[in-house]
Design a protein around this ligand. Structure first.
Ligand code: PMP
Length: 423
């Protein structure tokens, strides 16, 4: 099993952290779902390019031209990574949150949006200015499709519609039936955007194979540094929309009118939504990560991750106080994201102990998916939010959870130490 592949080299592998019990230990980053450590290969690529970077698009100098080429090549690499169709646009953004907010501004004024209540807030909240139908949490993938189909069939009148759905949950790690949901959306004349923030780092994502209209993801979860993201997909709504930001780079021609005002012609390309000096290093590092993952091979990466998931689940199965959170059941296919509660423990204290006593970095809270976590915990209690969840009284249900998440850079020792610590 172990022979499936070695972990990919990532930054921070040799970082040691102090323990309250004295001494130091190698940091075990088990919070990939929040931000994955950058691949060493990505860092090396960025370091090799850094001395040469120059302003893009408008510079005549050699380094400006080099940067412009790298930026536009990065767009092509990402398009290839995502299996984009001819005519699709790849817009570089700051993050998944940014990408989905951009799309929310680009949808037609009379568009109805359908979103499951189980979504991460980045997918749940950007549509608040639109007419939104929030869908109840399904308990099986088939139920998810049925709930969506029913809602789409009920919609009146038959104007534009958009479904927004996650590919893999940032709480349970469970895979959603994206292909089936896309088919249901299209059968009812709706479009679909895939939140691939958690899916893209773990599985190949092809807009063509999945038949989704747009996909959004973040560089910092795909083993690239912070500050860059992608929205890729159909050009028509993006081209018709007001630019996400008004400014240089998005405008093709700006003229003063005789009445004193200003007329603007905006670009039709992705540049329309990329006003301001673009984050070239961000785009370049995403492209580098796409290449590194493709070269490593998703078959191999998925096999290794399955091995780690099994190790964690088998380890936790031996601890009766541990309850793993799941919407679709224990056997549902998932990525390396596992949330759980420990009976008799406050989740925040538990996570703090993993850090202070074992040098393990996990996350606790509601994971920016408050309605989902409350459903999973069976808790109607209003919490104070992400970081300030109150303690459950003895014998009461937990109000927040612990999340362990891992991926391409995780060595066996990290998950073994985690299981030992929990035990
Ligand atoms: N969607 C999902 C499923 C996520 O897990 C996250 C990040 N936790 C986001 C969207 C938002 O990503 P970002 O914070 O990079 O914008």
């Amino acid at each position: 099993d172990q022979s499936v592949c070695a972990p990919l080299p990532v930054l921070g592998r040799d970082v040691t952290v102090p323990l309250v019990t004295g001494g130091e230990v190698a940091y075990a980053a088990l919070d990939y779902a929040a931000s994955a450590p950058a691949l060493q290969r990505v860092w090396d690529d960025v370091a090799a390019y850094a001395p040469y970077y120059g302003s893009v698009h408008r510079g005549a100098g050699y380094l400006s031209q080099l940067s412009t080429d790298l930026f536009e090549n990065a767009r092509r690499t990402v398009a290839e990574f995502l299996g984009c169709r001819a005519g699709d646009q790849v817009v570089f953004t700051r993050s998944t949150t940014d990408s989905l907010n951009l799309l929310a501004r680009a949808i037609p004024a009379d568009c109805r949006v359908f979103v499951f209540e189980t979504e991460h807030h980045a997918s749940l909240l950007p549509w608040r200015d639109a007419q939104v139908t929030y869908l109840d949490a399904p308990r099986t993938p088939e139920q998810a499709v049925a709930i969506l189909e029913r809602a789409l069939a009920d919609r009146e009148p038959h104007g534009p519609a958009l479904v927004c759905v996650t590919g893999a949950s940032n709480v349970t790690g469970e895979l959603w039936p994206v292909r089936e949901l896309a088919a249901a959306a299209h059968a009812h004349g709706a479009r679909i955007v895939l939140d691939a923030a958690q899916l893209a780092p773990h599985h190949p994502v092809s807009v063509t194979d999945l038949d989704v209209d747009w996909v959004a993801f973040s560089g910092h979860k795909l083993y690239a540094p912070f500050g860059s993201g992608v929205l890729a997909g159909r050009a028509d709504w993006l081209r018709r929309a007001e630019p996400y930001l008004a400014g240089g780079g998005a405008s093709r021609r700006v003229t003063r009118r005789t009445d004193g005002g200003v007329d603007v012609e905006w670009h039709d390309s992705a540049a329309r939504h990329e006003a301001g000096s673009p984050n070239v290093i961000g785009a370049y590092s995403i492209a580098s990560a796409c290449k590194a993952l493709t070269e490593a091979g998703f078959d191999t990466l998925v096999a290794r991750e399955r091995y780690l998931i099994r190790k964690v689940r088998e380890g936790l199965a031996g601890v009766p106080e541990v309850k793993i959170l799941s919407l679709f059941g224990d056997d549902a296919p998932r990525v390396g994201v596992i949330s759980f509660v420990v009976e008799g423990w406050n989740s925040s204290h538990f996570a703090a102990a993993l850090s202070a006593e074992y040098g393990i970095g996990v996350r606790d809270g509601l994971f920016c998916a408050h309605p989902l976590v409350r459903t999973l915990l069976g808790s109607d209690a209003q919490t104070q939010g992400e970081c300030g969840a109150p303690e459950a009284a003895p014998g009461e249900k937990s109000l927040n959870a612990i999340r362990v998440s891992f991926g391409a850079g995780t060595p066996d020792e990290h998950v073994e130490r985690f299981v030992t610590a929990v035990r």
